[in-house]
Design a protein around this ligand. Structure first.
Ligand code: NAI
Length: 335
């Protein structure tokens, strides 16, 4: 029986994790959950937001479903999310968005995916004060050729595998000539090996505008860590918000599936979080576990529940609780 590490996380994490497990369990697949702690929830018992036993469990099982994590500021802790992605070499973060019928937004027909480099750039963890009085500080945006080649190649392969015809590389090479410039140069090189896929590049600021004017013209965006972080919240907004945006962190060995959003402290504990993002992340995981039919069943049931507009969480204008919504999804499973 395949085992999946379950990290419920902080804030709304346990609420949406309960909903996602409920939906996946309702498929009747032989999946065994191995629960492990991380984030602020792990600190009282383990003295750190990322206990080694959690990393070991994910390495051994090779698949993990994870709620959002909060890393307390102060206390000297490194971000548990960044540490997870670096330690497990989860080099690519896939963040797909697609317009949902029934979810009102100014845009129709959005269907794109952001592939975010997940381990480097300004998230490399190299940040320090440059004087003893702490009046100035620096952060290093580390970009390496191997990591850039790996994620860009992954993006082209993903485009092919998902029948997307165009890759847009997003950068700031006009200012950041060495870092972003190298990422762009590598993109141009790799693009020549994929003649079946159109390649274009955009500067991040112009891309932000283009995405809110004509999001339908983009199919797959590949970019560095910080730009990908920001643009993927933006693209979530195009289709109805963070409650609907799933993601997959992919490495050579391990896949870790989580919502794009964070711990939502403003609504945590109220049982009203939208679990769709984590449920759809679960569907991405099922596909990679070899259960494509069940993944599609979950996606269709989410789409139907949104389209019907009978049971919706408050972020989408409804008044349903997280678990009521999860039950509506299961009730909408097609035979
Ligand atoms: P956030 O994504 O937690 O919340 C932003 C807004 O979106 C809030 O108004 C929230 O209520 C709403 N929202 C988010 N998810 C929702 C859902 N499922 N249903 C309904 N509404 C939802 O971003 P914020 O406030 O900037 O971050 C809070 C904490 O989360 C921070 O500690 C941050 O570091 C952490 N975080 C963790 C992530 C992860 O574990 N992958 C990703 C992003 C943030």
């Amino acid at each position: 029986m395949p085992k999946v590490t379950l990290v419920k996380g902080d804030g709304i994490g346990p609420e949406i994790a309960e909903a996602a497990v409920f939906v996946i369990d309702a498929l009747g697949l032989p999946i065994e959950w191995e629960e492990r702690p991380a984030g602020a929830a792990a600190i009282p018992e383990f003295g750190a937001p990322l206990p080694p036993s959690t990393i070991e469990s994910i390495r051994a099982n090779r698949f993990a479903l994870k709620g959002p994590l909060h890393t307390p500021v102060g206390g000297g802790y490194k971000s548990a999310n960044v540490a997870l992605r670096q330690e497990l070499e989860l080099f690519a973060n896939i963040r797909p968005v697609r317009s949902f019928e029934g979810v009102e937004t100014p845009f129709r027909g959005v269907d794109l995916v952001v592939v975010r480099e997940n381990t480097q750039g300004l998230y490399s963890g190299i940040e320090f004060h440059t004087d003893i009085r702490k009046t100035s500080a620096q952060a290093v945006a580390l970009i390496t050729r191997p990591a850039s080649e790996r994620v860009i190649r992954f993006a082209f392969e993903h485009a092919r595998a998902t029948q997307r015809k165009k890759v847009t590389l997003v950068h700031k090479a006009n200012i950041l000539k060495f870092t972003s410039g190298m990422f762009l140069e590598i993109g141009r090189e790799i693009a020549t090996q994929y003649p079946d896929i159109q390649f274009e590049d955009r500067i991040i600021d112009a891309m932000a505008m283009a995405l809110v004017m004509k999001p339908q013209t983009f199919e797959l965006i590949v970019t560095t860590n910080l730009f990908g972080d920001i643009l993927s919240d933006l693209t979530a907004g195009l289709v109805g918000g963070l409650g609907l945006a799933p993601s997959a962190n992919i490495g050579e060995e391990v896949g870790l599936f989580e919502a794009v959003h964070g711990t939502a402290p403003d609504i945590a504990g109220k049982g009203i979080a939208n679990p769709s993002a984590l449920i759809l992340s679960g569907a991405m995981m099922l596909r990679r576990l070899g259960h494509a039919v069940e993944a599609q069943r979950v996606r269709k049931a989410v789409q139907k529940t949104l389209r019907e507009r009978k049971v919706l969480t408050p972020d989408l204008g409804g008044s349903a609780k997280t678990m009521e919504y999860a039950k509506a999804i299961v009730a909408n499973f097609e035979a």
